[in-house]
Structure formats: structure tokens, C-alpha cells
Design a protein around this ligand. Structure first.
Ligand SMILES: *[C@@H]1O[C@H](CO)[C@@H](O)[C@H](O)[C@H]1NC(C)=O
Ligand SMILES: *[C@@H]1O[C@H](CO)[C@@H](O)[C@H](O)[C@H]1NC(C)=O
Ligand SMILES: *[C@@H]1O[C@H](CO)[C@@H](O)[C@H](O)[C@H]1NC(C)=O
Length: 382
């Protein structure tokens, strides 16, 4: 009973924050109906970003992940036991690029920011599942890698590819690691994505996702329990800023996914200094428990019309346009069974595009720093 009361107070507070921020009556009404409020035990602080995103700061030990039946007795791991060997080797890339930033939310230490998404609540889980499932239409331009691996890193040039507003499609670029038999594949991924149907806007947003091959269920961010966040200030689902401008300044994000050799959890770290965001507990998975045996690094369009009326991938320009115009991915390395970042074995890598009329790969190359390439294209946008 007491807990309910403090919950109401918190609600009232967040209501006041919204009113103070000058939001209209519609927002207020939405939050008066308590049955629509996420079922977090408590949130101590609500933060509204300039762009309208709203985050609740939630006790790190009460975050959504721990509602997962397999994580009932999970002991949170606040940092990786070690990092892979060979990090921070300088790239040979000849161009000057700046870092884009993930959304930084000032939650107190001991808490994690959880994005509210009013629009997403209206979209059925089935739809989300379809959009990130293989059933939907799918186009790709990137590098596939077929070998055992324990992580992948890449530096990704961030753009905001055009996606038609009510198409249900999305365009994303990132890293995916899989293992398991067809139809029951476990999978994890981290990417930036433009998906107007989920967010009601056309911004590049940063996401983590995964798929449980046994349950045949997909999920993104904290929408359903699984991903354990440790960072008190990275907002999953938040905007990546700034984004690159065609023929103008170029921005990148560094993403690293690696398996903790002691705890076997799959960690996500970002940025030049490899700041840990959180992890996918190894206990969520069957086939991905020990290692991955496939990875994909590149761009992807998926959704109901991704092939019939394709969105852009990358900058929306073909790879042949080169630096500043075509999007690039560089420093792609994989982590081998010695926990070491290495350049992918060329014989086990395949780069390509699912439809060369819409998307291309260019200037593909391999050196000591890994694989680099330009990728993407206009899709059906002309
Ligand atoms: C609150 O929302 C739920 C689900 O949308 C609905 O079933 C219920 O009738 C609403 N309650 C009130 C008081 O509006
Ligand atoms: C990965 O391993 C699974 C068995 O766990 C196998 O069924 C699948 O074909 C392998 N995938 C690749 C890409 O080699
Ligand atoms: C997984 O779920 C999809 C629907 O989301 C369905 O089409 C597919 O057949 C399922 N696969 C298995 C192996 O159950």
C-alpha cells in the first residue's frame, strides 16, 4: 500500500515536470491513467530532454531486465572483468572525423535512465517483432563474417537515412552477432536506426537488440526485459548527435561488443574510451552462450516495404561517391578465442549488397586496423 502511494507521488511529480515544460493537455491525460504507466517499482527522477524525450531514472537493481524469469537470481556485474587485447590502436584512416554522442541523461549514480515512448506503447509487440525479424522484407549492404568469434568492433559514420513516415520500415547500421540453427538463432546487436513508425520522428537513435532463438522472441532496448544497463547516463533509444552532413562535417560512433571471458556475458561499450553501457547476460541464450559463429556489420533496411519501396541506407548515396558523401564503416575487427581484437580473416568474410540497383559497397579494403568500406545508397528514393 505504502509503495503504491509513493508511486503516485512520483507520478504527480512527473506530471508537474510535464506541465512545467509547457506540454499540452494531451500529455497530461495520457499519464493520468495509471494502468498505462510502466510497472517499475519506483522512479526517483524524471528528466525531459530538449527534444521531448522523457527518461525515468530507475534504481539499477530494479531495472526492467530483472523482470526476466531467467534473471531472477542474477547478480549484476557493474563492469567487465577485462577488456579485449589490442584496443585503442590508432586507425590509418586519412580523414579527420569527429565523435557523435549518444544521449547523455544525468541520472544519479546507482540509477539508469529508461526512455518512455508513448508512441511505441501503441504499437503491438508483434509489429516490432516483425520489423526486426527475417519475415519482413530485408535489404542489406555490408560485411558478413562466417567464423567463431567473441566480439566485434567498428567505427560507424552516422547519417539520418530517409525512411518513409508511415511505411513501418526502418534503416539501420550496426553490428550483429549470431549463433544457432536456422529458425532458432540467438542474436545480439547494437546500431543506430531511423524508424519513424516506432518513434514518430526521423532522427538517428541508438539501440541495442537481441533475439532469443528458443523462445523465438526479439526485443529492443528496455522494451522487454533482458539487457542489463550499468551506465547511469547513456539513454538507450536516445538520439545520436550530431549526424553527418552530405559534403559537410562527418561524425562517427565507435561500437564494441565483446564477451567477458570470466562471466561470459556479452558487453556493449561505446566511444573512443570504450565506456561500458551494459550487457546481455549469457544466461539469456542457448546457442550464443559460449561464442558467436556469424556476424554482420553494415547497413540494413527492413520492414513491410523495405524491398518494394526501399528506404535509404547510410547517407542515401552510393559507395562510389567516397568520403564525405557516401557513408563508411571502418576499423572492423573481430575478437578471437584468445580475447584478442584481430583483423577478420579475408577468406571468411563476404561483403556485398542485396540489390546493387539500390545500394552498393565500395573501396572495400583490409589492413592491420581491420576492414573498411563505403556502403549504402538511395533505395527507391531518387
Ligand atoms: C486506462 O487505460 C486502459 C488501457 O488503455 C483502459 O482499459 C482503461 O479503461 C483506462 N482507464 C481509465 C480510467 O481511463
Ligand atoms: C552456427 O552454429 C549452428 C549450430 O549451433 C549451426 O546450425 C549454424 O549453421 C552455424 N551458422 C553458421 C553461419 O555457420
Ligand atoms: C518465429 O516467429 C515468427 C513470427 O514472429 C514465425 O513466423 C516463425 O515461424 C517462428 N519460427 C519458429 C521456428 O517458431
Amino acid at each position: 500500500m505504502k509503495e503504491k502511494k509513493s508511486f503516485r507521488v512520483a507520478l504527480l511529480l512527473s506530471y508537474l515536470v510535464l506541465v512545467a515544460a509547457g506540454k499540452g493537455a494531451r500529455t497530461i491525460q495520457q499519464w493520468e491513467n495509471t494502468s498505462q504507466i510502466p510497472t517499475y517499482q519506483q522512479f526517483k527522477k524524471t528528466i525531459m530532454m530538449e527534444d521531448g524525450d522523457i527518461y525515468d531514472c530507475i534504481d539499477v537493481n530494479l531495472q526492467p531486465a530483472f523482470n526476466h524469469p531467467l534473471l531472477k537470481d542474477h547478480t549484476i556485474q557493474m563492469e567487465p572483468t577485462s577488456f579485449p587485447i589490442g584496443l585503442n590502436i590508432k586507425s590509418s584512416f586519412p580523414h579527420v572525423v569527429s565523435q557523435a554522442h549518444l544521449s547523455i541523461i544525468e541520472c544519479p549514480r546507482g540509477m539508469v535512465p529508461i526512455l518512455r515512448n508513448g508512441r511505441r506503447d501503441q504499437i503491438s509487440a508483434h509489429f516490432i517483432d516483425q520489423a526486426i525479424n527475417k519475415d519482413a522484407q530485408l535489404e542489406e549492404a555490408g560485411m558478413k563474417y562466417f567464423d567463431d568469434l567473441y566480439g566485434v568492433q567498428a567505427t560507424i559514420n552516422v547519417y539520418e537515412p530517409k525512411v518513409k513516415k508511415d511505411s513501418g520500415d526502418l534503416s539501420q547500421t550496426g553490428i550483429q552477432i549470431d549463433n544457432g540453427p536456422k529458425g532458432h538463432m540467438d542474436s545480439i546487436n547494437a546500431c543506430y536506426s531511423v524508424s519513424p513508425s516506432f518513434y514518430g520522428d526521423t532522427f538517428a537513435r541508438f539501440h541495442v537488440g537481441w533475439r532469443d532463438g528458443v523462445q523465438n522472441k526479439s526485443c529492443i532496448d528496455h522494451d522487454c526485459p533482458g539487457f542489463v544497463q550499468v551506465s547511469h547516463n547513456v539513454g538507450l533509444g536516445g538520439r545520436v548527435k550530431p549526424v553527418s552532413v552530405y559534403n559537410g562535417p562527418q561524425y562517427v560512433i565507435h561500437i564494441l561488443i565483446f564477451k567477458d571471458p570470466k562471466t561470459h556475458n556479452w558487453w556493449l561499450a561505446y566511444g573512443k574510451d570504450k565506456t561500458p553501457v551494459g550487457y546481455w547476460p549469457s544466461s539469456l541464450f542457448t546457442s550464443l552462450k559460449d561464442k558467436g559463429n556469424f556476424s554482420y556489420t553494415g547497413g540494413r533496411a527492413s520492414g513491410p516495404t523495405a524491398s518494394s519501396d526501399s528506404p535509404q541506407i547510410g547517407s542515401g548515396h552510393f559507395a562510389s561517391e567516397g568520403y564525405g558523401k557516401a557513408a563508411f564503416i571502418k576499423d572492423i575487427q573481430i575478437i578471437d578465442n584468445n580475447n584478442k581484437l584481430v583483423t577478420p580473416n579475408e577468406e571468411k568474410a563476404i561483403s556485398g549488397s542485396s540489390d546493387l540497383r539500390k545500394y552498393t559497397i565500395g573501396n572495400y579494403g583490409v589492413d592491420d586496423h581491420g576492414v573498411h568500406m563505403y556502403y549504402g545508397g538511395p533505395g527507391n528514393f531518387v
